[in-house]
Design a protein around this ligand. Sequence first.
Ligand SMILES: Nc1nc2c(ncn2[C@@H]2O[C@H](COP(=O)(O)OP(=O)(O)O)[C@@H](O)[C@H]2O)c(=O)[nH]1
Ligand SMILES: [Mg+2]
Length: 348
Amino acid sequence: MHGGCTPPMHTLFPVYCVMPTNLPPDYYKAEEQFRKATTNQEKIAWLEEMLSIMPKHKGTDHLKSDLRRKISRLKTADTHKKGGPGRQVSAFHIDSEGAGQVIVLGPANTGKSALVAALTNAKPEVAPYPFSTWGPTPGMMQFENVQIQLIDTPPLEGEFIEPELFNLIRNADMALLVVDLQADPIEQIEETLARLEERRIIPQHLQDEHEGGLRIKYMPILGVVNKSDDETLDEDFEVLCELMESDECPLIPISVTAERHFERLKKAIYDKLGIMRVYSRPPGKEPNFDSPFVLKIGGTVEDFAGKVHQDFRENLKSAKVWGSGAFDGQMVSRDYVLQEGDVVELRI
Ligand SMILES: Nc1nc2c(ncn2[C@@H]2O[C@H](COP(=O)(O)OP(=O)(O)O)[C@@H](O)[C@H]2O)c(=O)[nH]1
Ligand SMILES: [Mg+2]
């Protein structure tokens, strides 16, 4: 028997006996939506919603595992469909493209999918109900003359988080933590960071205070406060910043729907990636400023040569640099540290 419930005399509602009796009304609403859902993606979204609404106690254990099984079955069905017969490529493995890979994280409904849809060529589903996104979706964002990869992800909250999501996060170059100014952004930030910490992912700016340990990933994380739709909400944002207890506000206010502060966000992402652009000058020609080579900050002439061509790295005879740290055309050695915007002429 399920939880020792007594079957009613008549069996008009046989379900009575299988369901714990104390589920909140929202649960039944979600269940109704689940029954109406036509695509696997929608079904998964509503099952996740049902799971997250369910109160935590022994009486719901059975139902919870049942829902998790359903979710898992639907997800497998969808992955197989996508990969075609015989191919089982994980949707959670995404090759990095462009100047850097940025994972977009946060609780449900904060506007992660809307942001990726607005800034890139990708079209992830944006929906007014939570858990509409269950797989990651990559897209390319243009910032000046570089392309940066953004990856939309399922929410980092609720009963079921795909474990593979954490591998995807670890492999990324940085994360955007997207929260909703009009919800409870502080709680959202804290809860998401707690979820990451459980999986040994720690914000890089806390590295000095952190005790360290095995398999710890220190990750550059940029806080993005979405739904800062107009000036009337700027005050709320200021208050939020003051609560952050740091000299400079580590958060960026944006609004996807009002397209506010997109350029500021893009620049902040670029800066947080810790990269620089260096241009190649073929001997006797002008550099092409439309196509930079991207290096980690601190990269040397040798690193740059490797990006241009492996032959250059191996056979490099000399290099000249034009840029902020050198006088024009200065001869430099292999281990000369380059700076953002430098132009380099390599000779082999
Ligand atoms: N007011 C407001 N609503 C937004 C903004 N960005 C997204 N939304 C809405 O928030 C809901 C959730 O968006 P979605 O991108 O699906 O959130 P996700 O679950 O984080 O991917 C949708 O109804 C969006 O239209 C914004 O800047 N301002
Ligand atoms: Mg989404």
